[in-house]
Design a protein around this ligand. Structure first.
Ligand code: AMP
Length: 545
């Protein structure tokens, strides 16, 4: 396995990568960085999601001379969104080198761009149209450029930028290093490569050998969602899918920590696993999974390597993996030994193409599904109730309840008696807050979930400042107010009367206590189990006061 330090990158760059939580180079980075650092021209066939931005940005930052009056590197991209995004990425990677990066695109005030250029920038990330604009005004001088990157070159050609690109390249020194990335290789791209690249090294991700084929037992689905919605969408998918245990892959350490925190906050029992953990912590996390005190493992690829968990039913790619091989590797964690498994991928709209590449390579379809709605969730809950009743009917120990039916059916229609019983059973097992509202935006559903807590007890101690303690288990885990009171009085010096309002929601509970007792209650509850399960316990962040 290649590490970032194997790639002979400067200390300042390695430092940024550590801070960003990148644990190892993606396949395209491992292949691309060494030749680019040496100064070779390169033609890369790679789509968004493969890590190609860092693949060209790191060598560029390593090589160019920083701090001069004129730009030393030029990155051309098709859209303003991409210009902003790539510029931000380069800025992050080059932070400790003090690299000055400027995005230049139409729609943003040109005067501000001119001022920045006058002050001096090291790297310009531009759309071709706006770059031409500045060249015409002579506010952009490309004579010191050492590296040119043409990112998403096929898209730039599709958008009619061919001529602009020629003009721009003519303004740069012939001695420059040229890098071209394209998701596809139509003849026009090949022509461009022949014209502007010198003995380029060619690299492609996931286009070489076909994978032997994923076992057909794995159900593969994908959802296309924006980044901001991902964790809310994931929650809803988990509620529908009801996995036994699931492994969720994230790209970086930072993503792992963030998602674990979010999911725990929503009452799931999630554990983080990444390269930043000590061996001891790692063993603990895996122990909690084995003993089933946790049911979601959030991990990076590196940390999950060699992991074999028998009970996994679901693998979730919180981001599209950086190469098809890595996809195959990840989802191979389920469906072992002939068991069934499900692989779920959350892709951003721009990563659609990567899904296609993966499908082509694995020769298996990935069904793109729409995010489940609240109505789906309701239907699913009813289905669970139906299944429970079905099981109960088969068990045939219903005789003790006949007397209830007999008395009621004198007065009511037997069908209505049955319906009332179903209603009670449904509410007892899956009391959800969603029953009376149709919500389409997943984030809103989560908000509602918060509001839908039911006050179980009035507050007893009117005076004094109080705060609330969050416990990541609720109705679904059969937690009742008396369980919480018992746990708190058993594990702390608090008396029952010192415990204020208790609210129990589907997946979490809130307990009110005096502010100066909060820490003691948290410590106490962390030591113990509720209904046989360990829960996340912390101070509630959304105190109403
Ligand atoms: P890109 O294909 O350049 O758009 O990158 C896709 C995503 O992967 C971005 O969010 C990057 O921050 C992230 N990324 C790039 N390289 C790595 C890496 N080596 N480890 C983890 N995440 C990465």
């Amino acid at each position: 396995m290649t590490t970032f330090s194997d790639l002979a990158l400067r200390e300042e760059l390695l430092q940024s990568l550590t801070e960003l939580g990148y644990e190892e180079p993606t396949p395209i980075q491992a292949e691309t960085i060494p030749p680019l650092v040496r100064g070779a021209d390169l033609l890369g066939q790679a789509a968004t999601g493969t890590g190609k931005t860092a693949a060209f940005a790191l060598p560029l930052l390593q090589r160019i001379k920083l701090g001069g009056p004129r730009p030393r590197a030029l990155v051309l991209v098709p859209t303003r969104e991409l210009a902003a995004q790539v510029s931000e990425a380069i800025h992050k990677y080059g932070r400790h080198l003090g690299a000055r990066v400027l995005p230049i695109y139409g729609g943003a005030p040109i005067v501000r761009q001119i001022k920045s250029l006058e002050r001096g920038v090291d790297i310009v990330v531009a759309t071709p149209g706006r770059a031409i604009d500045h060249l015409t005004r002579r506010t952009l001088n490309l004579q010191d450029v050492e590296v040119v990157v043409l990112d998403e070159a096929d898209e730039m050609l599709d958008m009619g930028f061919a001529e602009d690109i020629e003009t721009i390249l003519d303004e740069t020194p012939a001695t420059r290093q040229t890098v071209l990335f394209s998701a596809t290789m139509p003849p026009r791209i090949k022509h461009m490569v022949k014209q502007h690249l010198r003995d380029p090294i060619t690299i492609s991700v996931g286009l070489g050998r076909a994978e032997p084929g994923v076992t057909p037992k794995i159900r593969q689905i994908a959802y296309v969602v924006n980044r901001a919605q991902k964790s809310a969408v994931l929650s809803r998918i988990l509620d529908i899918e009801q996995p036994g245990q699931a492994l969720v892959f994230c790209r970086t350490r930072a993503d792992v920590d963030e998602l674990t925190e979010t999911l725990n906050g929503r009452g799931y029992r999630a554990e983080a696993l990444h390269g930043g953990l000590s061996q001891e912590q790692r063993t603990k996390v895996l122990g909690r999974l084995r003993s089933e005190t946790a049911d979601l493992l959030i991990a990076t690829d590196v940390a999950a390597r060699g992991l074999d968990i028998e009970t996994l039913t679901h693998v979730v790619n919180f981001d599209v993996p950086s190469a098809p091989e890595s996809y195959v590797h990840r989802i191979g964690r389920v469906g072992r030994a002939g068991r069934e498994g499900t692989a779920i991928t959350l892709a951003q709209p721009r990563e659609h193409r990567m899904l296609k590449t993966i499908e082509r390579l694995t020769k298996q379809p990935i069904a793109i599904e729409t995010v489940p709605t609240v109505a789906d969730l309701k239907a699913r809950r009813l289905e669970l109730t139906r299944a429970a009743l079905h099981e109960s009917l088969l068990e045939d120990n219903l005789e003790p309840f006949r007397v209830v039916f007999d008395t009621l059916s004198d007065e009511f229609d037997p069908l209505n008696v049955a319906l009332a019983a179903i209603k009670l059973a449904h509410e007892a097992t899956s009391v959800g807050g969603d029953e009376d509202a149709e919500l389409d935006a997943p984030q809103m559903a989560v908000e509602r979930d918060r509001q839908d807590t039911t006050a179980r007890r009035p507050r007893r101690n009117g005076a004094g400042e109080t705060a609330r303690v969050f416990i990541g288990l609720g109705r679904v885990a059969h937690v009742r107010p008396q369980d919480l009171v018992g746990a708190i009085t058993g594990e702390t010096t608090l008396q029952g009367r010192e415990i204020g309002a208790i609210e129990i929601a589907d997946r979490f509970s809130l307990v009110e206590v005096a502010v100066d007792r909060v820490d003691e209650v948290i410590q106490g509850l962390r030591k113990t189990k509720l209904q046989g399960r360990k829960a996340t316990v912390r101070r509630e962040k959304f105190d109403r006061k």
